[in-house]
Design a protein around this ligand. Structure first.
Ligand SMILES: *Cc1c(COP(=O)(O)O)cnc(C)c1O
Length: 396
């Protein structure tokens, strides 16, 4: 058990020699990846709907039980292509408690994101706050399955139906997660995934759109490749959203290791639950027992009954070489260009949560011993907040 005097803020020496940080990538079998890359070079087919991309799309569609999977170069482009393919225009209602790309992907296409508050228990968009934000310019609702925990899809569906709006989802966190027993990727008009290096499943950089709607899928495929439907024949405006073969090879490699990644993440999440148990004012966000989860985010909420604030705990951990992250501080609405605009409604829960949340290191680069040390550091620091605070206010 770490003693207060052993903390780096007192002793100067961090618990970890190498930084331990949120978002270190999960990497599958190297030999498999290298063999796939040899094949790509042998075929001299580097991009443009190559066999690795097609195999990845087929495997992901099968895994998710969805009709269409369109692989793209990143999650942000996935959102942009999806928004266009689904006909999102004017205003779209989104949570502010999300990565800024959710809002930017709309804004980039001239669609105004209108920010909605969240449910403090689930951290997801609060359906009861949506209707007040609907105007005659609203074309849709873009939900985000934050931490991979499904939104209240049913409530959002009924609002969308009642008002004739399109419902779509940012599922960037949610590969391999289910909602109501059905894999995320099947809901709304379409859903988007990110395969960025920091995400649960990565293709270095990448993303995908999934949908059960044949027309949406066809529009996404056209848009991804400049609007070409055949050589020399362009039928609509498009962008270069293609995933290359090496990225797809990484995806196929990581897909083989997916259940190992989940096992490690679940083990780590349990270890944090044990290690943080009983620390006053610190609560670990749980994953629903009845659903499939990827356990990729270890998120703690630090409330006002805790002796130290979230930012103080983050600073204590940083001194120990543990880089925890303040997802999604301060919220999209507090970032430009959105912050310069009049607020459309109160974001009370968003503002409260974004000062409380800290994401802790996990994934295949983090082991149970690391987690036990991290939890001990938090516990020791919280045992005497005034002492810790006095050390931190003295510049070293
Ligand atoms: C990561 C992320 C994105 C963007 O994905 P990229 O692949 O980095 O472009 C969008 N939305 C959310 C919620 C994300 O976490």
């Amino acid at each position: 058990m770490t003693k207060l005097s052993e903390l780096a803020v007192f002793r100067g020496r961090p618990a970890f020699a190498d930084p331990l940080h949120v978002g270190r990538p999960n990497i599958g079998d190297r030999a498999d990846l290298f063999a796939r890359i040899e094949g790509i070079l042998d075929r001299r087919w580097l991009t443009n709907d190559g066999c690795q991309v097609r195999e990845l799309e087929a495997r992901l569609a099968e895994f998710l039980g969805v009709r269409h999977c369109i692989a793209v170069c990143n999650g942000t482009v996935a959102l942009q292509v999806m928004a266009k393919a689904c006909g999102l225009v004017g205003e779209v209602i989104v949570p502010s408690f999300t990565f800024v790309a959710t809002a930017h992907s709309l804004e980039w296409q001239g669609v105004t994101p209108v920010f909605c508050d969240i449910d403090p228990l689930t951290h997801n968009i609060d359906p009861s706050k949506v209707e007040a934000l609907i105007t005659d310019k609203t074309s849709g609702i873009l939900g985000v399955h934050v931490w991979g925990r499904g939104c209240d899809v049913e409530a959002l569906e009924s609002i969308a139906e009642r008002h004739g709006l399109t419902l779509a989802f940012d599922a960037a966190h949610a590969l391999a997660c289910s909602h109501g027993g059905r894999m995320i990727g099947n809901f709304g008009a379409a859903e988007c995934f990110s395969f960025h290096g920091t995400k649960f499943f990565n293709t270095f950089e990448g993303g995908a759109i999934t949908t059960n709607d044949d027309e949406v899928a066809a529009r996404c495929r056209l848009a991804r490749n400049f609007g070409f439907d055949s050589p020399d024949h362009v039928v609509s405006v498009g962008i270069n959203g293609k995933m290359n073969e090496v990225c797809a090879a990484m995806g196929l490699t990581n897909l083989e290791a997916l259940s190992d990644f989940i096992d490690v993440n679940e083990r780590n999440h349990r270890a944090y639950a044990v290690g943080l148990d009983g620390i006053a004012g610190v609560r670990l966000a749980e994953y629903p027992e009845s659903e499939r989860s990827n356990y990729q985010y270890v998120v703690i909420e630090i409330d006002e009954t805790a002796g130290l604030t979230r930012d103080e705990i983050q600073a204590v951990l940083l001194a120990e070489n543990v880089l925890a992250r303040r997802y999604f501080y301060p919220g999209c609405h507090a970032m430009e260009p959105y912050r310069s605009r009049p607020m459309r409604g109160p974001l009370t829960e968003t503002e409260r949560l974004s000062t409380r949340v800290l994401s802790l290191p996990t994934g295949t680069s983090v082991g149970p011993e690391d987690i036990s040390v991290i939890c001990d550091i938090v516990r020791a620091a919280m045992s005497d907040p005034p002492a810790v605070r006095s050390r931190m206010s003295v510049p070293s």
